[in-house]
Design a protein around this ligand. Sequence first.
Ligand SMILES: *Cc1c(COP(=O)(O)O)cnc(C)c1O
Length: 409
Amino acid sequence: MSGKSNFQNLPDEKGFFGEYGGSFIPPQLQEIMDDITESYMKIKEDPSFLAELDELYRDYVGRPSPLYFAKNLSAKLGGAKIYLKREDLNHTGAHKINHCLGEALLAKRMGKKKLIAETGAGQHGVALATAAVTVGLECDIYMGEVDIEKEHPNVVRMGILGAKVVPVSHGRKTLKEAVDAAFEAYLTDPVNQFYAIGSVVGPHPFPMMVRDFQSIVGREAKGQFNEKTGTLPDYIVAAVGGGSNAMGIFTAFLEDESVNLVGVEPSGLSFKDGEHAATLTKGKPGMIHGFKCYLLQDENGEPQEVYSVASGLDYPGVGPQHSYLKDIGRVEYDTVSDAEAIDAFFEISRTEGIIPAIESAHAVAQAIKMAPKLSSDKTILINLSGRGDKDIDFVVKKYGAKYGLGNTL
Ligand SMILES: *Cc1c(COP(=O)(O)O)cnc(C)c1O
């Protein structure tokens, strides 16, 4: 986490990436955030903290996650060669354990008693409940009722892990409402509780901290890719909800100008209001949950209702660093629809034997669109952010018929 280049100096001391980010919260909460920032800035240089985190990454999560050449999919598409960074193989099945362990260890060292958080797909909830057990903290998880139904296996996992799942029943009953509810609960006792934000969003220092904890993904991938090919990838593709897995893999490559970085947002059912969550593509700068970013908003500046088939991608805001990287043109943001993501879900399952999370399937779909237009000496590295076990019942019930599974299950 050292280095003095322009990108690595961001955010500034107040948590801004250009005009985005910052911290727009009530004064009493600002004190708590300042305290977290101060503890984090100390701890991230502390050898005993880093050694403890490294050991957990290696022996508990199973890092480094492999880098896999997807030879069957590459051959079938007949263009650029496709590689996968296998975050789906992490303990708990996704990249989120990387920042949850970092946040849990920090909370423990700060003397906090309980971790609280929201969850969309349930992946952050499971990862945090897991980290809470390892580190020895209580854990409350807020989850929209719609997501509870859709992501049932993850709800069961959290229960088994001893976390309390609190259902949220207002509004669209999904991720945004869960964030509101968790934030309210946090405000009742910010001294003993630690709000472990699930992505590179929220007030400073969370976009920076979560990015730093995730940046292991890109550092590993860079070394592994070089070992396999002797060079850098031409394209790196990652799905963007809040943006943590994308920042995780992009960060190590921001200064490598030859590497094209592509973030993939969900265009859902259509670009009509309420039918997508393509924040950077269709949003405008605004304010949500204590920070400034691109935002899907109504005429009053309030967050719009959003939708994606992937519960982990349906958030009306996005990480402030992504907002900045879009404006300066360092990262290109594109969109993939529900239908394209589901196609990709089956395509990679049936060519590579890898069932991806629906979120990750958005990145796979983007690569499937790009690869045939590129020559075979080009490479695309996909961040396969998670595995699809959590999604299989939902996908087969809703889409199975189209893929030959209609009457068999
Ligand atoms: C949560 C989740 C995402 C989206 O979150 P980001 O912060 O944008 O990475 C993507 N993939 C998987 C598997 C997830 O669980």
